[in-house]
Design a protein around this ligand. Sequence first.
Ligand SMILES: Cc1ncc(COP(=O)(O)O)c(C=O)c1O
Length: 456
Amino acid sequence: MSGQTKFLLQESQMPKAWYNLQADLPKPLPAVLHPGTHQPVGPDDLAPLFPMELILQEVSTEREIEIPEPVREIYQLWRPAPLFRAHRLEKALGTPAKILYKYEGVSPAGSHKPNTAIPQAFYNKQAGVKRLTTETGAGQWGTSLSFAGSLFDLEVLVFQVRVSYDQKPYRRAVMETYGARCLPSPSTETQYGRSVLAQRPDHPGSLGIAISEAVELAVQRDDTKYALGSVLNHVLLHQTVIGLEAMEQMQMADAWPDVVVGCTGGGSNFAGIAFPFIGHGLRGGPKPRIVAVEPAACPSLTRGKYAYDYGDTGHMTPLTKMHTLGSTFTPPGFHAGGLRYHGMAPMVSHAKELGLMEAVAYTQNQCFEAGVLFARSEGIVPAPEANHAVKGAIEEALRCKREGKSETILFGLCGHGHFDMAAYQKYFAGELKEESYDEKELAMALSGLPSVAEPA
Ligand SMILES: Cc1ncc(COP(=O)(O)O)c(C=O)c1O
């Protein structure tokens, strides 16, 4: 492998199509079920929420789906994104492993989320939609959809999980700069939000609640649709530009990963970097180990049940089979707000069940420690979510050191942490609590999973 540090592609080398893992899966995904009838949903059932182009992508089994030219043009504001070799981190760890990372913090919003916000806004605009509603945890997704809305002249209404809304006031300011409206969730603007507040006025919120609020408003008006920043197949699909570019860049680096690492909240940046490599392996190419890293305080992949569950707390979304902690579970208010989701993308969950990937969980102090070491060696301050991937990559590099192996580790650095400095300050002050979930609440949430007769 070359001693080079940075691997850059030309604009002309940016992927022209997204990669759809559904085409290569050895077993198809379980059906998506209607929340009322528990029968498989068809495209028309999803039409109140999403434009038809996105619904068709959701169910497509085509391997390649063309990226529309107007989307490619906007992607060029920051894509192709750089791939770096972390020479200084390798040295700091004293590892024989080679560590490379794909950096998505170069986007205008500071994370991977615009990779799907732009096409979602594009297809909605094309379908004549005027307004989008959405949820956001860390604020990265809300920022990205607000940015996309401003480019396509769409009104955007963001429900931000209350604890993140309070932790990160500047995220809201960015959303408003792009022209969006941002409300803390649970809010008084929806029936569901009011019902949650009636039971617990100081509720910290959760992504599941914010999704219910955004969905409730979307179905009330014909000119409004809902946009989701993770979990769904079409969202994961759009993120595959990350892995497709990384494959080209690994070739430039004259290397191929033995391990691919990504953090998982709903699973989209992880799928973005990992799915193209999984698919390549399924089609006869080399099969790197694929490692998802999640927070120990919200461990859907490592501690959740693989079962049919709702995507939201108010039970308005369809039922999907996924690793879940139960839709009523409220994760504790730790600082990786984007990873506080009760479920995992059905396609990531399915890949885990098929043995195509592994998952590990770390606590927030472990992840911040890794992020600080990364910042001091590589210069980039990672988002708290991305710190989970950094921690996962460091653990792999230390394993290589113990085993005397010079493996190649690729990880996704999905965003920068410039709006998360209050969390870093708390970490330095020793005030970052090791949040552990409430076992009783988790057991209750899991016992409340819907009983569903699985379609044959
Ligand atoms: C920087 C960052 N990384 C990761 C995530 C988690 O989402 P996903 O698992 O869909 O990538 C978020 C979500 O908000 C995020 O902001």
